[in-house]
Design a protein around this ligand. Structure first.
Ligand SMILES: [Ca+2]
Length: 275
């Protein structure tokens, strides 16, 4: 009984002494967030025990997601979990709800605009994989009320049959992949599947700049106020997903020997211009 009381007291002290609201901040003291010209407004270092559902939610289902993708996205811990300070999105070969593969697609609950987003990630390897770090609008008020009229910002896309070629793109009513007119920049990153790199967008009122490890790989300029070319004047939220197959990712088939495969995200950090 005495031991029990001591443990209870220690537990109470620990509980009172810690701020329990954000377990993801426990390694914060070791990180240098100072970036000239930018103020940190949101970050998730993925250091907790499980994904912080105050920040993120899963989209689930296996309907192809507009790209004839072959995975079923689930919210199970089999397909997304935190490990060693990283968010792991793991695609598996398994029969599930009529699909042959499972994976995960995670959205931020928070939207931003005119900001900088840095995502440090290591990509999966293998033919048929299609990981993405990208953004969609919170409000769909232009044109058709849907895609592509309301815009898409692709910070990083990679397809496994073309290893190392990283793409950053925008889609709008005027420029999109349905008619082959999307605007894209690319860079070859030989070890994108073996090492972590920082994929970044810096979104200004008059342009979007895309970076890999501080090197700009693509710039898209606003030429006028026409929403058909520049719907990027409202808040967008972040998506992190690993598709399997699909119109682009599956163009050279799917190598079923690669599974399970992991898309690893070390952190997401969002900044606003300083001052
Ligand atoms: Ca981390």
């Amino acid at each position: 009984m005495k031991i029990f009381k001591s443990i209870l007291i220690v537990w109470v002290l620990v509980a009172v002494g810690c701020n329990p609201t954000d377990p993801n901040d426990k390694k914060e003291d070791n990180i240098n967030y100072n970036l000239p010209g930018w103020d940190l407004v949101f970050h998730d270092e993925f250091d907790g025990e499980s994904l912080n559902l105050n920040y993120w939610f899963h989209e689930t289902g296996g309907h192809g997601w507009g790209n004839n993708e072959e995975q079923d996205y689930t919210d199970r811990s089999d397909n997304s979990y935190l490990e060693d300070g990283k968010l792991i999105i793991e695609a598996k070969l398994e029969n599930y709800q009529g699909s042959e593969f499972t994976s995960a697609r995670i959205n931020s609950k928070i939207g931003w605009k005119y900001n900088r987003i840095d995502v440090k990630a290591k990509l999966p390897r293998g033919v048929g994989t299609w990981p993405a770090i990208w953004m969609l609008p919170d409000v769909w008020n232009y044109g058709n009320g849907s895609w592509p009229d309301n815009g898409e910002i692709d910070i990083m896309e990679h397809v496994g049959y073309d290893p190392g070629n990283i793409h950053a793109s925008i889609h709008t009513h005027a420029y999109n992949h349905k008619n082959g007119t999307q605007k894209t920049g690319s860079k070859f990153v030989a070890d994108a599947m073996g090492a972590f790199h920082v994929y970044s967008v810096r979104w200004y009122t008059d342009r979007l700049d895309f970076y890999i490890d501080e090197e700009m790989i693509f710039q898209y300029d606003k030429v006028d106020d026409d929403w058909q070319k520049w719907p990027f004047d409202k808040e967008f939220h972040l998506l992190l997903n690993l598709a399997i197959g699909g119109g682009w990712g599956g163009a050279k088939g799917i190598d079923k020997t690669i599974f399970p495969v992991k898309f690893e995200i070390d952190y997401v950090r969002v900044f606003e211009p300083a001052g």
